[in-house]
Design a protein around this ligand. Sequence first.
Ligand SMILES: [Zn+2]
Length: 320
Amino acid sequence: MTALAGVTVRVGETDRVRVYAVSIGTGQVAHALVDTATDPMVQMLRPRLIPRSARKVPAFYREQVLALLAEIATTDLDAVAIVTAQPAAPWHDHVTRQVPGLPVTVTHPGLAATWAEYHRRGRTGTLAHVTVSATVHAGIVLNGQLHPNTFGHIPIDPDSPRRCGTCATPGCVTALAAAPAVLRRYRELRTTASRIRRTSASPQPGSIMLVDLAQAAARGDDAARQAMQEAGHWLGIGLATVANLIGPDVITIGGALPAITARRADAGGYLAAIERAAHSHATPADATPMVINSAPDGAERSLFGAALLAVPRGPQGSPG
Ligand SMILES: [Zn+2]
């Protein structure tokens, strides 16, 4: 972050930075202007929707982002923040060529969400923030520093046949607890159940979306509840490892899967299963009571966190 030194604009007694933040997600490119003054402000702009036919075409996303940058008034900006689940892609070079002279940071959405949550909690204590979406990702803030890590690929059940697509060995957190794993498990359980008895009220296995799963769990569908609770259990086992290693003051959970269950009063007992497994597998001697909370979620959160990460080091803490 030291490369960003000098972009702070002094306004009265506050350090104020205007950041243009862009989040590249599947299906849409969200973007916002973030004013990081003492009372931060996020001005969400109209997102660019990606047509289904182009969702797996990296060049299409690049064109959209560069077009957005061409439209924005860069003279008013101090930095540009890019949020992408593929931070290794050459986004930094693409964007820097488009807006030469502006500092550009590229951040994983999980880390951006972690930093937003740490800021929301007053920048104190040790925080582990877990994002459960297409993959599982964790950010850890220790002594005011944000630490990337490979939590999503910690092996938690080496005997499992399930693979994440990245790890050489099966049974990692992502393989057992990410959204695709939960949907796959639900389809398996539904198929088994439908051999026993046909239920017309539940969605057909081939077309299940996350929202279908949460709705089915909320109305008491046994297969949906079991899939959610198994995923929660495995995530909790992973979190117990985090608790044993760093003893966080709080663990927060965000991402598509927790968000959709939180809106339905913990559909299927997902959060309860996480807490049960985490607490029962954490070392009993751990003096720090572990608190597991769901965190606010959405593109706005990761845009805000990424913008804060683009801000140079301040006296109240550092993004590391
Ligand atoms: Zn893995």
